[in-house]
Write a protein that binds this ligand. Structure first.
Ligand code: AP5
Ligand code: MG
Length: 216
């Protein structure tokens, strides 16, 4: 596998986190999800977590300076012989430029940008039935945990909860923010010949087979 530094882009609920867990296993890469990092800060009650939560629950982007700084610290953890998978970063052109500068300084580059494409009605359906693990942050559909009195994570048995930004008003705002702020990075990476679109309708396994095809 010669592709190792990968960015996952797509609207909320497209399956970035779901596919990232499988991809991380396959590539043994450093997985960085800025959303998961903010949620860890929040559960640890750090100042950054409290600040980020104001934006996240409303479905807005956390300010660039905070996000870029956090991402930059996380990238420092990358070992030389492993790649990285970025989920949810960059999310606008300012962040894409900042990432490019950060990687230049480290003599690194992006190999592939995967764009997970799903129609809005399916996104809303997925987000409204999503549960997230309090421990490992893995997303799962409520149907997978049906039958349990207390739903448990199917990966680590951690307790599941519904993200505050999966409330209907937040979902709507997140979709609008994606259209306004994040969509422009599709052209940005298309122009650099890095973008591959993945039709992300179908089962999780079907989508992963398409991802594997894009890595070839
Ligand atoms: P973040 O946590 O990144 O959320 P998001 O981008 O809105 O995406 P989601 O995590 O909601 O969806 P996903 O694509 O990971 O889908 P999933 O795999 O869970 O960001 C949250 C917030 O943090 C932002 O709104 C912002 O405030 C802040 N933030 C984060 N990064 C930032 C940045 N760079 N700059 C500024 N602010 C930032 O799947 C969804 C559901 O669908 C699950 O239930 C899953 O089981 C199910 N599912 C997955 N695949 C399939 C399939 N093929 N078929 C059926 N169901 C499926
Ligand atoms: Mg996610």
């Amino acid at each position: 596998m010669d592709t190792s530094n990968i960015i996952l882009v797509g609207p909320p609920g497209a399956g970035k986190g779901t596919q990232a867990i499988m991809l991380r296993e396959k590539l043994d890469a450093l997985y960085i999800s800025t959303g998961d990092l903010f949620r860890s800060h929040l559960s640890n009650e750090t100042d950054l977590g409290k600040e980020a939560q104001k934006y996240m629950s409303a479905g807005e982007l956390v300010p660039d300076a905070l996000t870029i700084n956090m991402l930059s610290q996380e990238l420092e953890k990358k070992a030389d012989d492993h790649g990285f998978i970025l989920d949810g970063f960059p999310r606008n052109v300012v962040q894409a430029d900042a990432l490019s500068e950060l990687l230049d300084r480290k003599d690194l580059s992006i190999d592939l940008v995967l764009f997970f494409n799903v129609p809005n009605d399916e996104l809303v359906r997925r987000l409204s039935t999503r549960y997230t693990c309090k421990v490992c942050q893995a997303p799962q559909n409520i149907n997978e945990s049906e039958g349990n009195a207390t739903p448990k994570c199917n990966l680590c048995e951690g307790e599941l909860y519904q993200r505050s930004d999966d409330a209907p008003e937040s979902i709507k705002r997140r979709l609008d923010v994606y259209d306004e702020e994040t969509k422009p990075i599709l052209n940005y990476y298309e122009e650099q010949n890095l973008l591959t679109e993945i039709n992300s309708v179908g089962s999780v396994e079907e989508v992963f087979t398409r991802v594997e095809g894009a890595l070839q």
